[in-house]
Design a protein. Structure first.
Length: 295
């Protein structure tokens, strides 16, 4: 029978060895720091500030040695099966702090108003200012207190978090290194919900596999319709001097029809020139540069 001990907070725990797991889910790092990217490091730092005692250390060992039988991230919660000393794995759920639609609306507005910020998100990066955006909306990207998190485990340990919950959190931190969008999903928003307001009109959101749905083509996204090719072309470039070979091929294209259709891709671009939105200035500039001087 496992021996009963006491942790630094004078709460009992049972010192027992967990049953091994074949092909268990483990962190990618067997030793050293639990995370590498800034967002996953911040998550681990926040966990460390909770002062939750030795159970977090034991949970870290569970995470490194692959004691998780299953692990998944769903909207607003983490789900895991963690193998302990008993034959049946323990079920763990970790719910993120609740947020309102009004708070998410503020986040969406803040992201849409920052052009460079939005571009980095669209490129799959997570800007360091993301926490500031959430704070301004009255919500924390990372829970500041353990009491903000609702975590449950089916093990007999009375303490919360137990080592099984801790192991789940450290595996989550490890997954964040390679997929930062899991953090936003745990906070209750999918990648498509975050990026949707940032995408130019006519561009569909990708599915879970990163593929785009097949839909009727939007003229603003159909490059072939912007500049239709004359079937008689391309043609070879004329040599500069008699007796020399042409340097390449000349590809003539017709003007886009309608000429300003490509400008629809810039809708929502919050940039001004001397107080005038650039989207109001570009049509005339576009008309000038696409007009044949001989017309």
């Amino acid at each position: 029978m496992p021996s009963r001990r006491w942790d630094s907070r004078w709460q009992p725990y049972y010192d027992s060895r967990p049953l091994p797991v074949d092909d268990g889910i483990a962190t990618s790092k067997a030793r050293g720091a639990m995370a590498e990217q800034w967002w996953s490091k911040r998550f681990v730092e926040v966990l460390d500030t909770y002062g939750l005692g030795p159970r977090m250390q034991r949970g870290r060992r569970y995470a490194r040695t692959g004691q998780l039988v299953s692990f998944s991230v769903e909207l607003g919660k983490l789900l895991a099966e963690v193998q302990g000393s008993r034959r049946t794995p323990y079920l763990v759920t970790v719910h993120a702090p609740a947020t309102s639609d009004a708070q998410w609306a503020e986040v969406d507005t803040a992201l849409a108003s920052r052009v460079k910020f939005a571009a980095r998100l669209l490129a799959g990066e997570v800007p360091g200012e993301l926490e500031e955006v959430f704070t301004a909306a009255g919500m924390a990207l990372l829970p500041k207190r353990w009491s903000d998190v609702v975590a449950r485990c089916t093990c007999p340990d009375d303490a919360n978090p137990c080592k099984h919950i801790a192991a789940t959190l450290y595996v989550f931190a490890d997954r964040l290194d390679s997929d930062p969008w899991l953090l936003l999903e745990w906070r209750g928003r999918t990648r498509e919900q975050i990026l949707g307001p940032l995408l130019p009109r006519g561009i569909p959101a990708a599915d879970d596999d990163g593929d785009f749905p097949v839909e009727a083509p939007d003229p603003a996204n159909d490059v072939a319709s912007w500049w239709p090719l004359d079937p008689r072309r391309p043609r070879p470039l004329v040599a500069d001097r008699p007796g020399t070979q042409a340097a390449g091929w000349l590809l003539d294209v017709d003007p886009p029809d309608p000429p300003e259709i490509i400008l629809g891709r810039l809708a929502g671009l919050a940039v001004e020139v001397r107080g005038t939105p650039v989207t109001e200035l570009l049509p005339e500039a576009y008309r000038v540069v696409t007009t044949d001087p001989g017309d």
